[in-house]
Design a protein around this ligand. Structure first.
Ligand code: SAM
Ligand code: SF4
Length: 335
């Protein structure tokens, strides 16, 4: 048997997040500038290379794959990749195949994703107001995403909504979003804005709505019980006793979740980031491309990279400014 991936801090790495494209059909203001420059196509791993890369990780003990981007469902031929991963679900090596999407293409793909073995999806949605949705995503349209959510649920996919908490933008929709998710039997997770990438003229501190403040607002109306559930990531969950609804909070800035981190992130060009909040990465594309006949070099490169996984990130919103900023965009590492 192959030895599992264990990092220097004795954390078992069994979760891989894969960005399959840096391209997107939206231009969310906190994520990208409107005139983003995308990578030349030849830099991207081909679908076959993505398959080989992920299969190698699964061979090394990765049990959960989350496909993300950019917008994963705008990558041409992406179902070929999902279909290739089905064999690992069938063999039992892979326990979960899932994705994070903006939902715009979900209507087209929901049934195929279910058939490939996907059972849960995260769909990002920051507002239920048509005009605000168009403003925040610049290029997105709310009805298209709602249709995508309808299609996902109809196909049998369990949907979790991810909402970036944005001061002065969706503060007033907290209870509307909560009620809407409850009425559709969807869990809801709030994400704190992270200082990633140049986004043009927007100011991070202006956007920053502390999730501890959001929690306090919820507590004024509801009884919240902390849930012990841990996924090895930054999410923490509470149950609203009055409705039974589960709410998640992703707070990399106000809480440190690093001690239990079980994940690494692969970019669409084959760079492996051992930590979302650090610049260090390992190139896996060269060992993959230079050795078409064997995965041994790739496996060695993966092990060497995991041996360099740092203890934690350095994000910090101090009173004066944003520290620990990383220069790459969230769409590059996939969030
Ligand atoms: N396009 C897909 C989507 O929007 O779900 C997948 C990629 S997107 C980068 C993944 C998640 O990261 C989304 O929920 C998005 O809202 C979130 N995100 C993007 N930029 C962020 C930032 N600067 N801070 C916090 N979350 C961010
Ligand atoms: Fe695209 Fe997702 Fe970034 Fe929005 S958050 S621009 S949908 S990658």
């Amino acid at each position: 048997m192959t030895a599992p991936l264990i990092d220097p801090f004795q954390r078992a790495i069994n979760y891989l997040r894969v960005s399959v494209t840096d391209r997107c059909d939206f231009r969310c203001v906190y994520c990208m500038s409107e005139n983003m420059t995308f990578l030349p196509k030849k830099e991207l791993l081909t679908l076959e290379e993505l398959d080989r890369m992920c299969s190698t990780f699964v061979g090394l003990g990765v049990e959960k794959l989350r496909i993300t981007g950019g917008e994963p469902l705008v990558r041409k031929g992406i179902m070929t990749f999902f279909d290739a991963m089905t064999q690992h679900l069938d063999s039992g090596a892979l326990k979960e195949l899932t994705l994070t999407t903006n939902g715009s293409q979900m209507e087209r793909f929901a049934d195929d994703l279910y058939a490939a073995g996907v059972r849960r999806v995260n769909i990002s949605l920051d507002t239920l107001d048509d005009k605000k949705f168009a403003d925040i995503t610049r290029w997105g349209r709310l009805p298209q995403v709602i249709k995508g959510i309808d299609a996902a649920q109809k196909a049998g996919l369990r949907v979790k909504i991810n909402t970036v908490a944005l001061k002065g933008f969706n503060e007033d929709e907290l209870f509307t979003l909560l009620d809407w998710c409850a009425s559709r039997d969807m869990d809801l997770t709030f994400i704190e804005v992270m200082p990633m990438g140049d986004i043009g003229n927007e100011d991070r501190l202006d956007q920053y709505w502390k999730l501890s403040d959001l929690r306090s607002t919820l507590r004024e109306t509801y009884t919240l019980t902390d849930l012990p559930e841990r996924t090895g990531g930054p999410a923490r969950y509470v149950r609203i006793e009055e409705t039974g609804q589960k709410i998640g909070f992703i707070t990399p800035l106000t809480h440190n979740f690093c001690e239990s981190c079980n994940r690494v992130r692969l970019t669409c060009t084959g760079e492996l980031y051992m930590c979302l909040g650090q610049e260090d990465m390992a190139d896996l594309r060269a060992p993959l491309r230079n050795n078409p006949g064997s995965d041994a070099m790739l496996q060695d490169a993966i092990r060497a990279a995991i041996a360099l996984k740092p203890k934690g990130h350095d994000f910090d919103y101090s009173r004066q400014g944003v520290d620990g900023r990383v220069s790459r965009h969230m769409s590059h590492t996939g969030g």
